[in-house]
Write a protein that binds this ligand. Structure first.
Ligand code: FES
Length: 46
């Protein structure tokens, strides 16, 4: 799978397995860095 930004530029994943940030607090967007746990975000938050 290829991940591209809004300009169509390919974003190289840092590892073979990545998680995309859904909370908006990650310092490594678009990838999850675990910040969701510190800000209290849950999957029910949208
Ligand atoms: S979902 Fe945003 S840091 Fe994990």
């Amino acid at each position: 799978m290829e991940i591209v930004d809004a300009d169509g530029q390919v974003i190289e994943p840092p590892t073979d397995t990545v998680y995309l940030c859904r909370c908006g607090h990650s310092a490594t967007k678009p990838f999850c860095d675990g910040s969701h746990a510190r800000c209290g975000w849950t999957e029910n938050d949208r």
